[in-house]
Design a protein around this ligand. Structure first.
Ligand SMILES: C[S@@+](CC[C@H](N)C(=O)[O-])C[C@H]1O[C@@H](n2cnc3c(N)ncnc32)[C@H](O)[C@@H]1O
Length: 245
């Protein structure tokens, strides 16, 4: 750490409670602050995120990450989670800090980001975090990872149908994929429904909500795996984006 004093993240205890029915304890609040500082410092060398203002970081990285997994915050069930295209660790790292009894695998295709996340999770003593460097299209075809997760998180990586092709092969039967979106129009439902059906899933739910500080509209699309994903999915690197289902 250099001698720069970094600003404190807001606590927002009431807002956590009102919006998610949950609030971080003192240890989790301290982990959020340490994560914020490591990211701001890491950003000097790596292009990790453009969101470094403390209020914006709180809303767009911490709150938004946890809004998508609200249902797991109070639970204490063993969960194997993967965060696909995790970038600077969102939503995977806040998930690892707050969901009791979960393990989180952070997947990204960029080695530099994964190296940063390895150091960060070691500094934060997050024993339940592992990292994987690779492309979702390849990882989804490997026996070590395919059908191994209860929950797959994916935020700001690709269109919803592409995200579904990355996520569903990695899920166990009855597993849940959470696709974080900004905008979503009901007219997009049918194309997604068809793609998800082909991949062995169904759309469980689509939630629309506003963020608590700036009232921005967000969506979370929840997909449930109901049957085995055909072996040909995910297709080869680049194909899901070039020829979406
Ligand atoms: C815009 S960033 C989003 C990061 C983070 N999920 C967030 O919301 O802050 C997209 C990330 O996905 C990764 N990515 C894109 N396509 C990928 C793929 N096919 N497999 C693995 N990672 C991928 C990129 O390297 C990048 O770090």
């Amino acid at each position: 750490m250099d001698d720069l004093t970094l600003p404190k993240l807001p606590e927002m205890t009431d807002i956590w409670q009102q919006t998610l029915g949950w609030q971080p304890d003192a240890q989790q609040q301290s982990l959020f602050q340490q994560l914020y500082e490591l990211i701001v410092i890491g950003n000097k060398q790596l292009n990790l995120t453009r969101i470094t203002d403390p209020q914006e970081f709180w809303e767009k990285h911490l709150w938004d990450s946890l809004r998508g997994i609200k249902q797991f915050l109070g639970a204490n069930k063993k969960l194997a989670v993967i965060d696909i295209g995790t970038g600077a660790g969102f939503p995977g790292i806040p998930t690892a800090m707050t969901v009791a009894n979960c393990t989180v695998d952070l997947l990204d295709s960029t080695q530099k980001k994964i190296t940063f996340l390895e150091k960060t999770s070691a500094e934060l003593n997050l024993g339940n975090v592992k990292t994987i460097v690779g492309r979702a299209e390849e990882i989804g075809q490997l026996r070590t990872y395919r059908e191994k997760y209860n929950v797959a998180l994916i935020r700001a990586v690709a269109t919803a149908t592409v995200c579904a092709e990355y996520a569903l092969p990695l899920l166990k039967q009855n597993g849940l994929a959470v696709i974080y979106r900004g905008t979503w129009a009901p007219s997009e439902n049918l194309a997604l429904e068809n793609a998800v059906e082909e991949l062995g899933g169904v759309i469980d739910n689509i939630e629309e909500f506003t963020t608590p500080l700036t009232n921005s509209i967000r969506h979370c699309i929840y997909l449930r795996k109901v049957s085995q994903t055909p072996a040909k999915y995910p297709r080869a690197v680049g194909v899901p984006t070039q020829r979406p289902l």
